[in-house]
Write a protein that binds this ligand. Structure first.
Ligand SMILES: O=C(O)CCC(=O)C(=O)O
Length: 266
């Protein structure tokens, strides 16, 4: 799934688009199930908040900016449970992580509705689920065409080399980087088609603009790590994930008990 050139591109830039990881048949089932999940379970009030919004949204866009989100899609759909353990993707991630084993960590839907899909400020994903080191990859599984008009993902090329950065945070403020130093305008757009997966490092700075198109832009972020990389806080802390490639290595202080839980009683 990935060749040497792609691995080198990823190491240099901190992101990589993998074309057509999923077949049209897999995508049809994933898309149909996602529409059901959005109608039935998702949070329609999930747009990120904070002072950065005045830089990203015009006055007339502010009140209608909407993000539909939900976590752990595999709890709702068999098509998505299969998508997460896809061996083609797992092989690619193992090559990018340079690891024999890959562990699934979490999944999160970010759906931008037509004409009103909310933007994301420039940030790393590290503050949301901090890990001890950089051996963590986020993947964006694309359900719809994502382009400039619909608010595709944008990356600051090479920014993963900066390592973990301090983010602006606070009550009611989504973690983000200072808007004057880290600008969406300086980022590289990565448009993608349904079935494509865009991979990036937990340290790569990224964001996206408003969906100005008349169509949905649905993306599911799925996080994977080298099982040696210990989580120290945030989303999905305290639970072992499915091993999608290889076998779980022994990691001191992070033993899984016979019931499948981390470190009982610790
Ligand atoms: O969906 C997007 O446009 C951005 C998502 C994002 O920033 C993230 O998942 O961390």
């Amino acid at each position: 799934m990935v060749n040497r050139e792609q691995v080198e591109f990823f190491r240099e830039n901190g992101f990589l688009r993998l074309k057509q990881v999923y077949t049209p048949e897999e995508m049809a089932a994933m898309s149909e199930d996602m529409d059901y999940i959005i109608r039935t379970y998702a949070d329609w009030n999930a747009a990120w908040r904070g002072p950065w919004r005045k830089e990203y949204l015009k006055e007339e866009e502010e009140s209608k900016a909407t993000l539909v989100a939900i976590h752990e899609i595999q709890h709702y759909s068999a098509a998505w449970a299969r998508a997460i353990v896809n061996p083609r993707l797992a092989d690619a991630l193992a090559a990018l992580l340079d690891s024999d084993a890959v562990e699934f960590h979490h999944s999160t839907l970010h759906a931008k509705p037509p004409d009103a899909g909310a933007p994301f400020p420039m940030h790393q994903d590290m503050p949301f689920y901090p890990h001890e080191d950089g051996r963590y990859l986020d993947t964006l599984v694309h359900l719809d065409p994502a382009d400039e008009l619909s608010g595709c993902i944008k990356f600051l090329a090479g920014s993963h080399k900066l390592g973990p950065l301090e983010h602006i945070m606070g009550p009611g403020i989504s973690p983000h980087l200072p808007t004057d130093r880290y600008r969406l305008e300086d980022a590289v757009s990565v448009p993608a088609q349904p079935g494509d997966v865009v991979v990036f490092s937990i340290w790569t700075i990224h964001g996206s603009a408003v969906n100005h198109s008349g169509r949905w832009r649905r993306i599911v972020r799925v996080g994977y790590r080298d099982p040696h990389n210990r989580q120290v806080g945030g989303q999905a802390l305290g639970r072992p994930g499915i091993i999608v490639k290889g076998v779980r290595p022994k990691v001191e202080g992070q033993e899984v008990d016979v019931y499948g839980n981390w470190n009982p009683g610790k």
